[in-house]
Ligand binder design. Structure first.
Ligand code: ATP
Ligand code: MG
Length: 439
């Protein structure tokens, strides 16, 4: 075997069976073959099948160009600019089909690849700006991120093709970046997050060379567009292994460039900041693994709470009353965060509601408590209160009060609110009008 030849594992020597591949993916490969194109299952699909798991989606690599792929399927759409890929839809399932990608360096492009240096571009820091140079199967393999993600399965001869020793790393539970780690991270800093994401997800260890540059290069994540970072954060923290992933992010300095405000609170030793995140992620993991719904709004509320709290205290120290202090703090912290990871509005609003309700949960006149229960964000706000308590925040047993309240009938609820007595300031005389406007 000369360098560059793949290690080919024949069908009786690996564990992938067609039975575990979706009909849609098999269909795409069959159509490609019918038209004399190559078609391979690649990436997470092959990796997870070899590990005995259930892939969440199937990606296919081919030598057909995006336009050629599109012409073969009725429900095909070309998407992406940085990477042109084709989505082929079968009912609810989408198969991602990508053309083999080549090397970016014109000199190192093999004879088999089509010229196209203008189609790729790098920034001064080595970051890839465009990447639409087509290439051979081998070139496609070595431009992928991790060796375990660069295994190809052919539905033509049922063999697995391995150009990067990925199978060896899969067997040895090792995350290894393909090529020179520093160069590959500079090309695309998100690969740093991918390395630790798969380490946490699969419970693999990072190869020494793969881990070595992480700390120094972590600040490069600041160059990644905020919208892409938001998607990455969800994959990192909302995929069932969030707590383990968070710990690796902290170990390698990758949390700070994503959430600098929260990282600063933790660095300054703000009591409970780190515990709050660990507990939030522990709960999130439990919910996901039990098949319960989770929302980025809640997770982001937790991720930024230490910073919001710190800001509220600052504003209050300057004489601002609690409610406007909260509103201003929420606004400032959310705005600053958007520089690093965007927060789509559909999550940003509920996130702020969860924070604002934290100030209202202690105000428990009978009427206010009833209204609180009817608030559509009550459940999330109550869960958030329990989380703060879990992290050690002192709330005067507010959480257990609300737990009991929810389980009580109207009479008991009335008794509970009476028993609390009037909160300080509640006895002040108010006109009818001002009373109402304060509700
Ligand atoms: P999963 O979908 O389970 O999270 P995956 O490995 O399929 O894992 P995708 O994000 O779907 O991950 O990407 C598909 C494949 O594309 C990867 O397996 C990898 O080979 C390649 N890839 C994805 N992102 C990058 C990147 N930033 N740099 C290089 N190759 C990448
Ligand atoms: Mg995938």
């Amino acid at each position: 075997m000369s360098p560059g030849d793949p290690h080919i594992i024949q069908r009786d020597k690996h564990s992938i069976s067609r039975k575990h591949i979706s009909d849609a993916a098999l269909k795409v490969m069959a159509v490609l073959h019918q038209h004399d194109y190559k078609g391979f299952l690649v990436g997470g699909g092959v990796r997870d099948l070899l590990l005995g798991g259930h892939p969440k989606d199937f990606d296919i690599a081919t030598d057909a160009t995006p336009e050629q792929i599109k012409s073969l399927f009725r429900n095909a759409r070309i998407i992406g600019r940085r990477f042109k890929i084709v989505h082929v839809r079968f009912g609810r399932e989408v198969i991602e089909v990508t053309t083999f990608r080549g090397s970016h360096d014109a000199e190192t492009q093999s004879k088999g690849s089509r010229p196209g240096n203008l189609l790729s571009a790098k920034s001064e820091s080595g970051m890839l700006l465009r990447d639409n140079v087509y290439g051979t199967l081998e070139e496609d393999a070595i431009r992928r991120d991790l060796t375990i993600n660069a295994l190809y399965y052919s539905s033509d001869n049922f063999a697995v093709y391995d150009y990067t020793n990925g199978l060896h790393d899969l067997e040895n539970k090792t995350i290894r970046i393909i090529g020179d780690a520093e160069t590959r991270y500079r090309e695309d800093p998100v690969r740093m997050l991918r390395s630790i994401r798969f380490a946490a997800k699969l419970d693999f260890k990072l190869a020494t060379d793969t881990a070595a540059p992480l700390r120094d290069l972590a600040p490069m994540l600041g160059n990644v567009p905020a919208a892409r970072m938001f998607d990455e954060v969800l994959k990192l923290l909302m995929a069932g292994r969030g707590m383990a992933t968070y710990k690796l992010m902290q170990d390698y300095g990758l949390f700070k460039p994503l959430f600098p405000q929260t990282a600063a609170c933790i660095e300054q030793g703000q009591a409970m900041a780190d515990t709050l995140l660990v507990e939030a992620l522990r709960n999130t993991d439990l919910r996901i693994n039990a098949g319960k719904p989770v929302t980025p709004a809640f997770l982001y509320a937790a991720l930024l709470w230490p910073a919001v709290q710190q800001q509220i205290e600052k504003l209050k120290a300057n004489g601002m009353p609690e409610v406007p202090a909260m509103q201003q703090a929420a606004q400032q912290v959310a705005l600053a965060q958007q520089q690093h990871t965007s927060i789509p509005r559909r999550f940003g609003y509920p996130m702020r509601e969860i924070w604002e309700l934290q100030l209202r949960l202690p105000k428990r006149s009978f009427r206010r408590a009833q209204a609180m229960m009817e608030n559509r964000r009550f459940r999330a706000a109550y869960d958030f209160l329990l989380l703060r308590e879990q992290a050690g925040e002192e709330t005067g047993e507010l959480g257990s009060w609300w737990t009991t309240y929810q389980d009580s009938d109207t009479e008991q609820r009335e008794a509970m609110t009476k028993k609390l007595g009037k909160p300080p300031g509640a006895g002040k005389k108010r006109t009818r009008h001002s009373n109402r406007s304060n509700e």
